[in-house]
Design a binder for this molecule. Sequence first.
Ligand code: FCB
Length: 454
Amino acid sequence: MNSIKKDLFVMSHIKKSDFPNDFIWGTATAAYQIEGAWDKDGKGESIWDRFCHEEGNILNNDTGDIACDHYHRWEEDLDLLKKYNIENYRLSIAWARIYPKGTGEINPAGVDFYNNLIDGMIERGITPWITIYHWDLPQALQDRGGWTNREIVNWFKDYTATLIKLFGDRVKNWMIYNEPSVQAWLGYGLGFNAPGLKGEENYLKALHHINLSIAEGYRVAKAMLPDGYIGSSYTLVPTPPESDADRDVADNMFGFWNTNHFDPLFKGEYPKAIREQISQYMKDGDHELIKVDLDFVGIQHYSTIYAKMDNKNGLFGTFFGKPPADVKLTDIGWEINGSYFGDIISWFSDNYNLKQKNQDIIITENGAAFFDELNESGECDDQHRIDYLEEYLLSVKNCIDNNIPLKGYFIWSLLDNFEWAEGYKMRFGLVHVDYKSLVRTPKKSIKWFKGFLE
Ligand code: FCB
């Protein structure tokens, strides 16, 4: 689409009626980022609890100990969803609240919490979308190697089966795993995220065991819940080189974020760049196991990520580069460019024949961080977030017009929350949270979203 047409479109404001009637609209959160109550009512320690409690890992040494205190304030948060007409809500379950040690004894208080939450959603007419794993592995399993230990495929299958058994009567929409790329690369390759492990061997093992767990987790869930709508969520990221000198590593970067996960999922093989190295951690039959037909593929996108050659800090000589000086950035430093979003979705659809396969795709996360503050009248005018969302929604609409089977869109996030290694400085919410008083203040963007949904 040429830029004149695009600008005219943004000026006329994108509307819900520009999308199919049955398009799914929602907002998303994740357990560790909002719940708090990290050791309450029998919950076990997770790798994020451990990682945050070690000094120096997180900006300002913030932790998720209290976060948004959603564990105690969930009714208020569900009321917000209802008040603003948000009919679909994506949340994740904390594995260590269900199984404090990862396997074995179930913690009844953890089950009660999620039962109440799910029932509370249904009472308010909100449809639950549950992510089974959003990075908060029980520490007890990390002590046995975590994602580097192939046994985890069995632990994960058991945990998945338990959730489907407990909640599958009321919850039909499931995402098996959140952003395996971030878990494998940042958690086990570079050590920026929990559990803070580094190196190529850790990365490759984690990568393969995660890919196996997603496919096997899907099979377990689908067999138990044939009428379920079961997918898994992935990052989708363009990764151009920072400069000409970095061209050689841009493919590695593309692998970390995209193809090291999608090639196994759709083709049952790893990209050439890692095929030989990863084969030492594979068993006969694994190629068949890592390939699976999900009911939907969840796509999450925030920004372009530039690749830089760096043998000291990087993995396979590849590290984060900087965006060009003249691009628009959010306050977290992520590039704003809605048309790149459309381009990468088109690449994804073409490369894996998703139109022909009629493979459902749902945008399970997209959003922007700004240093939002309340003004003197106690309001938060986050017009920048509205502009971002309109720009990205335009790309989603263009993809649909192009027959790409996109079925829904979830904004990250309902609430300002704990943004992993970036702590609380980065605010992604449609609702402002004062982390001292824990008071919630709806921002202008959630009012905009309500109007959009009407
Ligand atoms: C994604 C994560 C989500 C949130 C956003 C900003 O990578 O899935 O938890 O932190 O980024």
